[in-house]
Design a protein around this ligand. Sequence first.
Ligand code: LER
Ligand code: MN
Length: 270
Amino acid sequence: MKSAITLSQVPEAAAGPFVFHQPLAEGFAAAKKHGYDSVELFFPGPDFITAGEVKALAAEHDLGIAAVGTGAGMVKHGLSLTDPDASRREAALDFIIKMIDFGGQLGAPAILGSMQGKWGGDISREQALIWLAGALKVAGDAAAKHHVPFIYEPLNRYETNLINHLAEGAKYIEDHNLDNIVLLADLFHMNIEESDVAQAIIDAGRHTGHVHFADSNRSAMGFGHTDAAPIIAALKQVGYTGYLSAEVFPKPDADACAAQEIKAIRAALA
Ligand code: LER
Ligand code: MN
C-alpha cells in the first residue's frame, strides 16, 4: 500500500476534507516534505491546468498521482448523475468523462463521490440506481481506454441515499456487470454506516480500489477513535495494494495533520 495526500484547488471546498489548499506547486512541495508517495487532486474542472503541467510538478517532486476527484461538478455546478433533468444528467456525465480523460493522461483514476446525487421527489431510488449504473458503465469504459478503473464511492446517509455500504456497492457492481468500476472505502463514511468496518472490507472482497484513510471524526488517523489495525489487516486479506489517501480535515492545521497522517500510515503498514 502507498500513501497519498489531498491537494484542493477548489475555493468552494475550502471547508472540505482536503489537507493542502495553497497554490499547487506549494502543495506538491508540502506533500513531498512530509514524505508522501503521491497526491490526490481536487480541481475545479478538467481545464483548470494542463496534464503536462501536473506531470512536470509530479516529476519535479517525485510524487505519483493517486486519483483525481470530480466533486467540483457538484459543488461548483450542481451537477449530478441522478438529476431529474436529462440534460443535467448528460452535463454531469460529460464533466466526469472529461475528468477521466484528464486523470487518464496522468495515469490516475477519477472518483465519483458527491456527483452521484440522491433520489427523491418524482425520482424513485430504483430509477436513480438505473441511471447511475448506465453512467458508471460509460465512465468505466472511458477509464479503460486509459488503462485505469473508475472509482465509485459509497457515502454516508447525510450525503447520499443511494448506496451507503461497501457490500451494497460490491453487489451493485456485480449485478450490473460494471467490470471497470472499483469501490472507494472512505473510512469516515464507513465509521458512520458499517457495523464493522474491517468486516465490510472483507465482505466487499476484491472490489475495493481506493481508500480514504480518515479517522472517525474525519481528522488524520490517530486524532479520532478508529482502530486502524483490523482495517489494515482486512485490506491485506483482500489483497489490496492501492493508496491510503489522506482525505481529512486539516486539523489542527495542515502541517500537523499531514505529519500525523503519514505517521499513522507508516505505523499501520509497519
Ligand atoms: C469525497 O471523497 C467524499 O468523501 C465526500 O464526502 C465528498 O462529498
Ligand atoms: Mn471520500
